[in-house]
Design a protein around this ligand. Structure first.
Ligand code: URA
Length: 246
């Protein structure tokens, strides 16, 4: 890619990320001085002496507890009126890999934990096949509350919930993200492309490789598609340098 185009894309992606943060109420970020430059640098063709060494201020990274605290007993959309439990997310707060699903179903709503029903059991098998324990990864959803009757998430619900998901992803800062199904992939990638077109290759999510794949609930109805999902997960394993057990 041309350097100017790369820079343009980087700036656009940074602006989108900052706007997302702003929506969640974050109106400033800690500033850290760039690492000191040592040796002689050339500025506009003239030599300058080595720059003074500046102590870099540590940038404080938000953690999941802070995000959970800000979310509170959320009533930002109407789903708060029908939920039993808010389902925030579960797993390793410093996970290398994050799975993002659509929304809690009945079992998740009752237990307050994502992916604990039938689709969740299949996800746990996929995670084990990737040689992780469930507790090694982080699992969350686009929506934190169950849509009544498991209907599709509505745009205004996604809009209210998304800033908190973005903060969760920022706090965990994984090496890779797997989006399970259409809603997760379309929401994080801001596209209308169908999952069948998106899956199977990495996309960029604020610098984090993101692999869309089919939702485990879809696999329960279409077991023949497990092969595609396994191909996608093997790509993720290769990215994370995890060897396949023979
Ligand atoms: N389906 C999802 O997308 N998420 C869950 O947590 C459970 C089922």
């Amino acid at each position: 890619m041309h350097e100017a185009e790369e820079a343009r894309q980087l700036v656009a992606s940074l602006c989108a990320y900052l706007e997302d943060l702003q929506e969640t109420g974050i109106d400033g970020l800690a500033y850290a001085e760039p690492a000191p430059v040592t040796g002689t640098v050339r500025l506009n063709g003239s030599d300058t002496s080595p720059t003074a060494s500046v102590q870099a201020a540590p940038v404080e990274q938000e953690n999941l507890d802070q995000v959970r605290l800000d979310l509170g007993e959320c009533a930002r959309c109407s789903l708060s009126g029908t939920r039993t439990n808010l389902v925030f997310g579960i797993g390793n707060p410093a996970a290398r890999l994050v799975f993002v699903g659509e929304a809690p179903g009945r079992d998740e709503d009752l237990q307050g934990e994502p992916f604990v029903g039938e689709a969740g059991q299949l996800l746990t098998k996929i995670i084990s096949a990737m040689q992780f324990r469930r507790s090694d990864v982080y699992i969350c959803n686009i929506l934190k509350c169950r849509p009544p009757g498991n209907r599709n998430p509505q745009p205004e619900e996604i809009e209210q919930c998304q800033p908190f998901l973005l903060r969760q992803l920022g706090a965990v800062n994984p090496e890779a993200i797997v989006c399970l199904g259409t809603f997760a992939a379309q929401t994080l990638l801001q596209t209308k492309e169908p999952i069948s077109k998106l899956r199977g290759r990495f996309h960029d999510y604020h610098g984090i490789p993101l692999m869309p794949t089919f939702h485990p609930a879809f696999l329960l109805r279409n077991p023949a598609m497990k092969r595609e999902v396994w191909e996608d997960m093997q790509k993720v394993m290769r990215l994370l340098n995890i060897e396949l057990k023979k």
